[in-house]
Design a protein around this ligand. Structure first.
Ligand code: FES
Ligand code: MG
Length: 582
């Protein structure tokens, strides 16, 4: 063995640096593709956790990104070892990719801990893949850098940019309203996804990439570089180089992330008009990092943060333009003292040092603080009240201002399927004042808290020219959607939340400025209704168990207001392995 590295300190040396039969077995099998003894002289062994999959088209190109990471690791004197992780494709997985976020986090956590790794690069992109990988890695706490796959090029249709998700919802409503033909709709289909990469709007994928950068877990400037831009590969290469140094510095996430990092991420999420899904994911990630972050923090911390980034669904542009503007460093720079600039990042420098004097080349895309797209406090509001004792959220920047204080009669559906069956009926008893409610879409109830919240507007209203109404659910909505939609109601209906007691015709009052969501039903009536609910597990917390993953998930998932992680996965478990078979 060469002494260039201190092999005794390295985690991987417990495998590769061992003497006798043990070291022989660990090393010799690794030589089955070539390689030589110097690979295992104590140099940092870097895992590349790759969620590439053809079933997750947003991540399908990550194999090429992994090659760039490897180049960087080798340049810096490390040994890159790529391995696959579970992947979660937002568009294809049923019943909901969210059902499997915690499963993917478990896969990442256990694979990292069980193998001879000193540091890790996480490669993800599509919505759930980034939080899942980060959650798993935070529980293990090896030096970690998140490298996202980057957004696709802007969709182009009839001379205009069209955005992932946002234009799908828009066009499909136009078809239902008779303003767009089926044929036109089909021709837009091939124009939306122009290249490799994740969604182009400020949906959940773009949001989580920005959030990872704001947390300090990604290299500065990396979140918004398009997937097919050479810069994406440069960043991957730099991350490969940097992770080797991070191993030498023992710069694990527990040293990088603290309460300040999460506060910064919450504030950046408000400034970029980020997805409501970031609320659930950040709460879950904070749980893994053992940082005390609460649902109320999303409202309180964002209260003085203006909406600066003019991207769909809240604004006009797409990720390519945000890249032109200078990416997240331009946003961080504009936010100035609204962020804690002393928070550490994976570069070993602070957020402020990373982004000092970062230019903003497109003030039309990243607005200056003096001329924001929307005033401070117009992003995510956290509501409480008799309908949501443990909280609910609404994305104000995507809501209609005239509906944010509204009282109307509820029209209640027990399942999304029940609503879908009648949404086009001309006889549906709705007016523009109706409050549309779909329940049993929470983590336990569905299961997996699907993105059904932006319920289609009933056809009867579309025909009258109504294109928004108050909608309420215990599920989530896609980060690419818009509308006056109250989400993440907790406790959910399936766990005995008062949403289960609401009936069609009850008056529901939404008052965003008072942060209230209430139903006008007396305590006595609610008690009567509660007594009439079916008895058994469904009425008292958890529905009947089945088998398989869904049953484990339903038995242990926490409610939306604490991140919908599994209760036994919260926290940091470290990377020590107490026993070995060899
Ligand atoms: Fe993968 Fe939107 S579907 S990022
Ligand atoms: Mg989504």
């Amino acid at each position: 063995m060469v002494d260039q590295h201190d092999t005794s300190q390295r985690r991987s040396s417990a495998w590769f640096g061992a003497d006798g039969k043990v070291g022989f077995v660990h090393r010799s099998k690794m030589f089955n593709r070539g390689g030589q003894a110097s690979m295992f002289d104590g140099r940092p062994v870097i895992g590349i956790a790759n969620s590439a999959s053809e079933l997750a088209p947003c991540n399908a190109h990550l194999g090429q990104v992994a090659e760039s990471v490897k180049r960087g690791v080798l340049m810096a004197g490390g040994v890159p070892l790529e391995f696959p992780t579970i992947s979660l494709g937002e568009t294809l997985m049923r019943p909901s990719a969210m059902l499997f976020r915690n499963l993917m986090a478990m896969d990442v956590e256990e694979t990292l801990r069980a193998n001879p790794l000193d540091g890790v690069i996480l490669l993800g992109g599509c919505d759930k893949t980034v939080p899942a990988q980060v959650m798993g890695a935070l529980s293990v706490d090896l030096p970690t850098i998140m490298v996202t796959g980057g957004p696709a090029l802007n969709g182009r249709f009839r001379g205009e940019s069209i955005g992932s998700g946002t234009h799908v919802w828009k066009f499909s409503e136009e078809v239902r309203a008779g303003r767009m033909s089926e044929c036109e709709f089909r021709s837009a289909e091939a124009c939306l996804s122009r290249s490799a990469g994740h969604c182009t709007t400020m949906g959940t994928a773009s949001t989580m990439a920005c959030v990872a950068e704001a947390l300090g877990l990604s290299l500065p400037g990396s979140a918004v570089v398009p997937a097919v831009d050479a810069g994406r590969h440069r960043i991957a290469e730099q991350a490969g180089q940097r992770i080797v140094a991070m191993v030498e510095e023992d710069l694990a996430p527990s040293r990088v992330l603290d309460r300040r990092s999460f506060e910064n991420a919450v504030r950046v999420n408000a400034a970029i008009g980020g997805s409501t899904n970031a609320v659930v994911h950040l709460l879950a990630m904070a749980g893994r990092a053992e940082v005390d972050l609460r649902l109320e923090d999303f409202d309180r911390l964002a209260a003085d943060v203006p909406l600066l980034v003019d991207l769909m669904p809240s604004g006009r542009f797409l990720m390519e333009e945000l890249h032109d503007a200078g990416g997240l460093p331009a946003v961080i720079s504009e936010l100035g003292d609204l962020l804690d600039r002393d928070a550490l990042t994976v570069t070993g420098r602070t957020l402020g040092e990373n982004c000092a004097d970062a230019p903003n080349w497109r003030p039309d895309v990243v607005r200056p603080r003096e001329g924001p797209l929307a005033e401070p406090g117009s992003h995510t509001a956290v509501l409480r009240g008799s309908l949501a004792p443990d909280g609910a959220v609404i994305k104000l920047s995507a809501a209609s201002p005239h509906l944010t204080k509204h009282t109307g009669p509820a029209l209640v559906f027990d399942t999304i399927e029940d609503y879908d069956a009648v949404k086009d009926s001309p006889d549906l008893p709705v007016t523009a004042d109706t409050v549309l409610v779909v329940r049993n879409a929470g983590p336990v109830g569905y299961p997996g808290m699907p993105e059904i919240g932006n319920l289609a507007i009933p056809k009867a209203l579309l025909d009258q020219g109504v294109d928004d109404m108050v909608r309420i659910t215990d599920g989530r909505m896609s980060g690419t959607s818009y509308g006056t939609v109250v989400l993440h109601v907790a406790p959910e209906a399936a766990c005995g939340g008062p949403l289960a007691l609401l009936r069609t015709g009850d008056l529901v009052a939404l008052d965003v400025s008072a942060r209230r969501l209430d139903m006008d039903v007396s305590e006595a009536v609610l008690r009567e209704r509660a007594a009439e609910l079916p008895s058994g597990a469904a009425a008292h917390g958890r529905p009947e168990r089945g088998s398989g993953w869904a049953s484990l998930y339903r038995s242990h998932v926490t409610q939306a207001d604490t991140g919908a992680d599994l209760d036994f996965l919260i926290g940091r478990r470290g990377h020590a392995v107490p026993r070995r078979h060899l």
